[in-house]
Design a protein around this ligand. Structure first.
Ligand code: UDX
Length: 438
């Protein structure tokens, strides 16, 4: 099939590349000329495991092309994916100006039937708005469908190629059939394509992300409470998670959720609620608890150093909001860095992928190390912000020899308490306490 994808951000790029992989002819459109030129030369503008291989293969095969021309994209595709940004508008609501701006153009340009697919995460009622904006100028038939994406960063290619479900919001049989045909190769395993109305599809995405954010947040509160009463959140987590109604996943406590989706989507759903005179009291609490959780290590660090962080140097392992990505949007590490700097501390950071992004933000306010062990030389203590696999089995002897104070502050609960006691390191994590004191 002939497909166009408007917007080559994270979602657009993964969507376009994976659709080319099943033999579709895909044109990806972006207004950024520099980026388009680079992509034409085979350069993947984001870090996402496996994407580079698929990218190169499909460009070589001539199935994946790039353009800066919206008209070219609209002429090519029978199905047009809108994968445009919907940033926070400053008041916590989704800014639809990109989606509606492009929709306006689409209305003026298209000459024959198109299915316009909303892939961006958009508030309930957006498909209706897109439909109306296109209809103002359109001289031909078209349909608008909502098809939210559920990709996780770091696993996006796998998630796209083997989705647990595809959600399609459509009220046109013709559009539904085309979408089913497009997605058929991805659901061979028997996973469902779920068809519903547009509004329900739009809400499904917000509800799923907000639920997961709430699940994590609930566990973070249990972890904080464990610390007060001397319980071990790891044991509680396992005890709870084996109940199949609860499930084991997304129960890991830590220093809060971050990234480009959860924080934005929870806020957007909360604000959409307000617009419809509905108060999502639970989401309000999730937002507040998560914000506080991001700096949950700070009072512990301060307490350990008797409230004096002036000129102390901290190694930070992990800057990305989660492993397998270079994305630092809403990363807890940034909040921790700000707090440490405000308290007069110095920072030596290491992350396998995200150092460039953090360096663009902080310049020389913090220093970066080539390896995780370079980062711990001549520092007072180690702080772990992201659970990259490489940090899971470190050389504890090296850590002991390097740290001036024998302490690790772990925001991701990477190590067993008993192991850390054997290593004779003070180990301060989330929702657990160790008995050893150096
Ligand atoms: C999420 C959704 O999973 C995906 O379906 C949606 O399309 C986009 O948003 P992503 O942001 O890539 O994906 O990351 P995810 O792996 O879901 O993690 C989100 C955040 O929750 C991270 O900050 C992670 O560290 C945190 N998290 C996750 C926890 O703190 N504990 C957990 O148990 C799981």
């Amino acid at each position: 099939m002939k497909i166009s994808v408007i917007g080559t951000g994270y979602v657009g790029l993964v969507t376009g590349t994976c659709l080319a992989e099943t033999g579709n002819e895909v044109v990806c459109v972006d207004i950024d000329e520099n980026k388009v030129q680079k992509m034409r030369n085979g350069e993947v503008p984001i870090y996402e495991p496996h994407l580079d291989v698929l990218f190169e293969r499909n460009i070589k095969a001539g199935r994946l092309k790039f353009s800066t021309s919206l008209s070219e994209g609209l002429e090519h595709g029978e199905i047009i994916f809108l994968a445009l940004p919907t940033p926070d508008d400053g008041d916590g609501a989704a800014d639809l100006s990109f989606v509606l701006g492009v929709s306006e153009q689409i209305g003026k340009i298209i000459k024959d039937y198109k299915v316009i697919v909303d892939k961006s995460t958009v508030p309930v009622g957006t498909a209706e708005k897109v439909q109306a904006v296109i209809a103002k100028n359109a001289i031909c038939d078209f349909d608008v469908v909502s098809n939210p994406e559920f990709l996780r960063e770091g696993f996006a290619v796998d998630d796209f190629l083997k989705p647990e479900r595809i959600v399609i919001g459509s009220s046109s049989e013709k559009a539904t059939e085309l979408m089913k045909k497009l997605y058929k190769p991805f659901v061979r395993s028997g996973n469902p394509i779920i068809i519903m109305d547009e509004k329900s599809a739009e809400l499904t995405k917000y509800a799923a992300n907000s639920f997961l954010a709430a699940k994590i947040t609930f566990m973070n509160e249990i972890a904080n409470y464990c610390e007060k009463v001397g319980a071990d959140v790891d044991k509680v987590r396992i005890g709870m998670g084996t109940d199949s109604r609860i499930g084991k996943r997304f129960l890991f406590p830590g220093i809060g959720y971050g990234g480009s989706c959860f924080p934005k989507d929870v806020k957007a759903l909360y604000n959409s609620g307000k617009e419809s005179d509905y108060n999502f009291a639970m989401l309000d609490a999730v937002i507040k608890v998560n914000q506080k959780q991001k700096t949950a290590l700070i009072p512990k660090i301060k307490a350990y150093f008797d409230n004096d962080l002036q000129n102390k140097t901290f190694a930070i392992w992990g800057l990305a909001f989660k492993p397998e990505t270079d994305d630092i949007r809403e990363a807890p590490s940034l909040y921790i860095i700000d707090e440490l700097l405000n308290n007069g501390a110095k920072i030596k950071a290491f992350d396998p992928e995200a150092m460039e992004n953090v360096s663009n933000k902080y310049g020389d306010k913090i220093s970066f190390s080539k390896t995780m062990y370079d980062a711990i030389t001549n520092v007072d203590a180690l702080i772990i912000c992201t659970e990259w696999s490489i940090f899971r089995t470190p050389d504890f002897e090296k850590i002991r020899k390097n740290l001036k104070s024998q302490v690790i502050f772990d925001g991701r609960n990477l190590y067993d308490i008993q192991d850390m006691e054997k290593e004779q390191l003070d180990y301060i994590s989330i929702g657990r306490s160790n008995a050893f004191k150096s």
